[in-house]
Design a protein around this ligand. Structure first.
Ligand code: KG4
Ligand code: ZN
Length: 344
């Protein structure tokens, strides 16, 4: 039984897991506090994590009907993420591990997203497996060779997919973070209403993502549609949202499809994680892609496992042998803001 903690960005999260089983998953989001800045403010995130972490941990233990004495280990996200935010969770995890003489497992946040769809499923991956992580900070296609052995096949050159959706939402006056609202508006819009460029068209062999050109095109288009009016009409917002989302997802689709075709991968399963995996249109597209390539496509079973959470950190810790860690020097555990899954 593992107590897991994640304070990598703007969610203060703690969970209790037992292998792949989620016993509790508590998330206190700070998103509304950061909304006024249009993005995550690191110093504010750190302060809020400090204020909320004890409550969140106690709640996670209580919901799981357990106590620290009954735990086998503590797991904490040590990266990637915001350095001063990560620090809060790491320090708290060290304190608990020391107080109750528990091994401490440093966990990679992206590995958590990669494995999040295995929650309550006993790690039943068909290996090797294709992993897709789409969040506010990451857009990565990863080859899961085995649990703990990962190879990045594609990543973004600039913005992450969620970040791009958030920026488009902001241009349309939909607030922050706007991915979910953009999806809602897009449902009422025509995805072919406005022509936006497909990123990396005919450059698929580079196997990388780029959303900055699409973002600039969206800004120009929005200004043009607005003309000298102060606001867009509701239908214009819906059409613009649908057009942007369509291209953004088509880009993800194309690169993933290209990788599957060109790399001669013998994968039979695709696991998807990260905040953007909450999007129904994206799920539909990836399921279709999976069908074309004979892949089983797996998403997290609950919306609480899609965005940032600590249950996925417990899961990523759950398959690691903890026996030998008891004598690990916890002083060596430190934040790694740019930790890649390839370096696990
Ligand atoms: O995984 P996450 O909570 O945090 C990071 O690790 O970044 O992902 C947050 C991202 C935000 O960009 C947010 O707009 C996006 O996930 N998101 C969505 C949806 N729900 C959240 N994007 C598209 N459609 C959604 N329904
Ligand atoms: Zn995340």
């Amino acid at each position: 039984m593992i107590l897991a903690i994640d304070t990598s960005c703007d969610e203060t999260a703690a969970a209790v897991t037992d292998g792949a089983k989620v016993l509790s998953n508590i998330i206190w989001s700070q998103a509304s506090q950061h909304a006024q800045f249009g993005g995550v403010m690191p110093s504010l995130a750190q302060r809020m994590h400090r204020e909320r972490i004890d409550w969140v941990i106690n709640r996670a233990l209580k919901t799981a009907r357990t106590t620290p004495e009954a735990l086998d280990a503590v797991a904490v996200t040590t990266g990637p993420g915001l350095a001063i935010a990560l620090e809060v969770g790491i320090q708290k995890a060290k304190d608990i591990a020391a107080k109750y003489d528990l091994p401490l497992l440093p966990i990679n946040h992206v590995e958590g997203h990669l494995l999040s769809s295995l929650a309550n499923k006993q790690f039943d991956l068909i290996l090797p497996c294709l992993g897709v992580v789409v969040s506010g900070g990451h857009t990565e296609i990863v080859l899961i060779k085995s649990l703990g052995r990962y190879q990045i096949l594609a990543k973004t050159q600039d913005d992450a997919l969620g970040e791009a959706l958030d920026k488009a939402a902001r241009m349309l006056g939909l607030g922050y973070p706007g991915g979910a609202v953009l999806e809602k508006m897009a449902r009422e819009g025509n995805p072919k209403a406005f022509p936006l460029p497909l990123p990396m068209a005919r450059r698929e062999e580079q196997a990388s993502f780029s959303y900055s050109g699409l973002k600039t095109a969206m800004w120009r288009l929005t200004e043009k549609v607005k003309g000298n009016r102060r606001e867009l009409s509701k239908q214009e917002i819906c059409d613009l949202a649908a057009s942007f989302q369509y291209r953004a997802f088509q880009h993800l689709d194309r690169i993933t499809d290209h990788i599957l075709k060109q790399r001669g991968l013998t994968v039979q399963q695709m696991v998807v994680g990260g905040g953007v995996a909450a999007n129904m249109e994206l799920r539909k597209r990836l399921r279709k892609l999976g069908k074309e390539h004979n892949l089983k496509v797996t998403f997290p079973y609950s919306s609480k496992l899609v965005g940032d959470n600590a249950a996925m950190i417990g899961l990523a810790a759950g398959y690691k042998p903890i026996r030998d860690l008891r004598y690990m020097n916890t002083n060596e555990i430190d934040r790694k803001p740019r930790w890649s899954v390839e370096e696990i």
